[in-house]
Design a binder for this molecule. Sequence first.
Ligand SMILES: Nc1ncnc2c1ncn2[C@@H]1O[C@H](COP(=O)(O)OP(=O)(O)OP(=O)(O)O)[C@@H](O)[C@H]1O
Length: 685
Amino acid sequence: MCRDAIQPHPPPLASVEVRSAFKRYNKSAMVLKGVSLTVRRNTIYGLLGPSGCGKTTLLNCIVGRTKLDNGVINLESNVIDDIGYMPQDLCLDPLLSVEEIFFYFGTIFGRSRNEIISRYKYFNALFDLPKRKMLINNLSGGQQRRVSLAVALLHNPTLLILDEPTVGLDPILSEKIWLHLSDLSSEGKTIIITTHYIEEARRAHTVGMMRSGIILSEDAPDNLLKCYGCSTLEDVFLKLCVIDTSKVIQKSSLPVDGGVQKKLLPLDNNKKFETRRFRAQMLKNRFLLWRNKQMTYLMLGLPIIITLFFNMAIGRDPKNIRIGIINEEINLRDCANFTYKHNNNCFLNEKLYGSCQLIYQLHKRTYKIKDYYNVEDAKASIKKNEIWALLRFNWNYTESLKDRVNNGENSLEDVVGHSFLEFWVDDSDRYMSILIERDVTLSLADALKNLVGSCKDSLDKVFSYPIKIHDALYGSNSGSFAHFVAPGTVCICMFFLPLIFTTFVMLDEQNDGILDRVLTSGMTYLEIALAHSIIQITYICIQAIEILIIMYVFYDNPYIGSITIGFSLLIVIGITGMIYGFVLALSNDSHFAAGFAGVGTNFLLMCACGFIWPTQGARHFVKYTNKFVPITLAIEALRGITMRGWSIDHTAVYMGFVSMLIWALIFYAISYVLYKSKKGTWKKV
Ligand SMILES: Nc1ncnc2c1ncn2[C@@H]1O[C@H](COP(=O)(O)OP(=O)(O)OP(=O)(O)O)[C@@H](O)[C@H]1O
């Protein structure tokens, strides 16, 4: 008599029992509709069924990667090491070699190096594995499948769950695999195997025929053939489909009543941290770093390139700026006849020209002078950006100056007017126009000083500004813009590089089901994140040293405080950037989206953190909130350390550290919430 698909009483010595399993991924489609099956210990169970009937979903539920909505799964052992899982897709890191994959998974399961090597040799003889140095990426589909199967068998598990291991393999190799599986079952292993090649499953001890989320029948292949009077399992399956169409429709409408499994499955029983798995992840990272040398060069080279370019491009005053001159008091060419280098004469008595004196001072400041004869032509040149500014000297400029000196407050309006130098500038580039204004003003001051020459002392008082500027207490009176921007550049670099690296590495881990396979082997997010953090923090330390050397040793940016405190601050900034990278990796599913989010937030940070403009100049709400932006206070702290020599006991420095630690905690909390709430990749579906 044919047995019913759902057995009311499980036979003894069951290694796996599934009872009334229901699963739906979304409201519209129920994938498992009350599946029940029994896999007896030391047997091969062939799970057959068309594409999309729910085989992989069922296997995922058995290994614990997917949660049932209703039903129970009993496993004889809930120790993760007792299970060997080969997923349908390859799910192996394409950049690792065959040998490295063996070392990685072998170490996950706590196998020694020698054991792993001897297992490789064993499987090589059995499955004709590709050469051990070959990259997974370069293997053919069949070779990849053989490696994938060998990896699932590597730690000699007692329960093997194999999803389509023979797809795409030649018949001789499939035969070898089945023979090996038979040997394993007689050695005490239990095997669940899915296959599209229905006839292949005749070698199984039990066959479960599945369709549209239910098991139509479950029995020994010979029993099934006899019972349904067929000569092939395919015919049995077709017959069952015809018979069971009405039942299938009926069963698919069964409600899910919330009776979720209570049994402890291996993944639920898994420890959050195991040293061997952490070691395996470190090993894999080492392999990948070695393989992916381009990434290593970038990580170590980018800080050097950025800092070098910063110092070469930013902060030095522009040179050879073109300005126009209209000189009505003397022909520009004739100025060359007057030498002003060492003028010891008083311009009140000598034929000296103030305009020539000023032009001489501008030449000294590397300005390129262009001669004009009328204001309109010169303005047109400014508009075409042929020159940046225009200076106009009246026909009696120097004479008017003399008149003002001699007559003081009795000078005529006209005379005073003619003694003014007229100035027009292109202000579309604000920083450039400020520099030109500054240089013209300083040149004028120098020119007047020179003109006064050996005139009586009182004249110096007439021409000097009523201000005495003493030496700066911090920095120099002629500090460069680069000195202001350098600490911000360093902090942004230290925050951004770990952010991007961590985001991309963690997203890579999630790719192509690789992570699913590793998680099924027991690896946890904590172990992966910790192993990554060790590599990342090593990079952060090297990057901080590189940046400090180039910025403050190679180039002359001021650094008068403690190197240890500055270095420590950079490390804290880097670690905070790394934790923010975890947030981005967990909140974005693609590199594309995460890249945008990373670059976007970096731009926001740059605008608000006072890196390029003093925070005191911010407007609206930014004025009140910019100190709460990550790295704003850290930049202030680094400025304090480098330019003012402040130590950790100074509030600004102390607050720089505190703010970064608070942000690190905030990012950590966000990543924890994201991890806990995330469905799919990191969490059970
Ligand atoms: N994560 C998921 N989210 C939504 N639907 C899913 C998910 N995984 C599988 N499904 C759906 O569940 C159904 C069963 O898929 P499953 O992979 O279990 O079938 P299968 O029998 O293994 O097919 P195949 O032999 O082609 O791999 C399919 O319709 C599939 O689209």
